[in-house]
Design a protein around this ligand. Structure first.
Ligand code: 3PG
Length: 214
């Protein structure tokens, strides 16, 4: 399959996989092995967070090493990070929240982008900038499917990626809500398994996550 590049194509891929792994990694080789284990087990898109000192390098190297994976950048908090992410070749960007400045820069950047929202005001700001697929974060604390369902009233065309506190057990039920595009989470690539280089265990968690998304 050709790797998606437009927002529409990325949304289409997420609507198939329905589980977006969120990777926190500082070591390039370990990140590549982790992303490969995720992809081999059905999770062919990944968010790599900008939460480690080496994250931009990790992103750029994973993009190069895993051309069949749709690799995005997460935890984009500033315009500077947004610009740096574009240099890595990442396919998309995600933020945990939204600010007027970042929303404008993201809209101008052309990078497929998913802002984070915690409620109606955030969502109105996202829509002002043309973003109608958003991350609901932290999903478990702001109401999860109840919040997504309630926001579906005034905002019927918006789709949500529920992230924060999602588990393999909660995934099937969360995905039943009609305006939930996908869930995101870090549970299938925990730091301890990455550190230990246990790709088999990560692969098993990924397979279970992919199955929960079916
Ligand atoms: C995120 O970056 O969206 C969250 O840290 C992921 O949440 P989780 O670690 O609870 O899955």
């Amino acid at each position: 399959m050709t790797n998606p590049t437009t927002l529409k194509q990325i949304v289409a891929q997420l609507s198939q996989i329905r589980v977006l792994p969120i990777l926190v990694a500082d070591d390039v080789q370990k990140a590549i092995r982790t992303v490969a284990a995720l992809a081999e087990n059905g999770l062919t898109a990944v968010e790599i967070t900008l939460r480690t000192p080496n994250a931009l390098k990790v992103l750029a190297e994973v993009v190069k090493a895993c051309p069949d994976v749709c690799v995005g950048a997460g935890t984009i908090l500033t315009g500077e990070q947004l610009r740096a992410v574009q240099d890595t070749g990442a396919a998309f960007g995600i933020s945990p929240g939204i600010t007027p400045l970042l929303a404008r820069l993201a809209a101008d950047s052309g990078l497929p982008y998913f802002p984070g929202v915690g409620g109606a005001s955030d969502l109105m700001l996202a829509l002002e900038h043309g973003f109608n697929t958003v991350k609901l974060f932290p999903s478990d604390l702001v109401g999860s499917t109840k919040m997504a369902k309630a926001l579906g009233g005034p905002f019927p065309d918006v789709k949500f990626c529920l992230t924060g506190g999602v588990t393999v057990e909660s995934t099937p039920q969360l995905l039943q809500q009609s305006n939930v595009l996908c869930v995101g989470g870090s549970w299938m690539c925990p730091a301890a398994l990455i550190e230990a280089g246990d790709w088999d265990a990560i692969g098993k968690l990924a397979a279970a996550a992919a199955a929960a998304g079916k």
